[in-house]
Design a protein around this ligand. Sequence first.
Ligand code: ADP
Ligand code: TYD
Length: 209
Amino acid sequence: MSANGHFISFEGIDGSGKSTQARLLAEHLRAKGYEVVLTREPGGSPGAEEIRALVLQGDPDRWSAETELLLFTAARRDHMERLINPALAAGKIVICDRFADSTRMYQGLSRGDLRASVDALHDLMIGREPDLTILIDMDPAEGLARAKGRQGHEERFEDFGAELQRAMRTGFLALADEYASRFRVIDGARTPDAIAKDIQAVTDTYIAG
Ligand code: ADP
Ligand code: TYD
């Protein structure tokens, strides 16, 4: 399916710098001559962007945990079918700001223990992991302050507050152990340039194979 492409995801708590670093990595790889598709979840395709509005706006208790899991998975399936799989099949590098590891954390961990359902649904409907996952690790208080500094209305999850962010940090580090072969953990409490240099080194090594 993805004969020549590379599938790279960014993960981490809200405000950890994923979007910033995903953009900088895309610029780096384009400058080296690669064709890069920069995308994000939830969203990334027209249908998935519509689902994004459903899951990120409104009351924190708008959806049950199970319904929310189905919505995120539906969005991901559409994103895979319409954007990610065709790009990988064409040999491009796909950089995705969040992917299934976010579902393992936010739906699998934070709203009761739904991890088994998350994994079962993933196997049934998605069926692949990124080739490389960059986890930007940082102190949740700092991440939350950064995320809150952005004005916006997509705050359903940020409204869960600092305690959730702490559980997420621990959970993401545990996931990095569980899937150690594809995860690389990067210290996010530095300047954007310093972080970007580390990510470039890790990615260049991975692509060189
Ligand atoms: P995420 O996508 O993980 O939520 P963003 O990349 O959107 O994070 O960054 C969140 C906020 O923090 C933005 O306002 C961004 O400009 C700022 N920011 C990103 N990286 C850094 C950094 N290394 N140091 C300080 N501020 C940062
Ligand atoms: P995102 O726009 O990446 O937020 P941020 O830039 O603040 O990190 O993601 C929006 C929210 O969606 C974020 O709080 C995490 C949540 N989310 C899930 O709960 N499950 C998922 O599968 C994904 C992809 C995101």
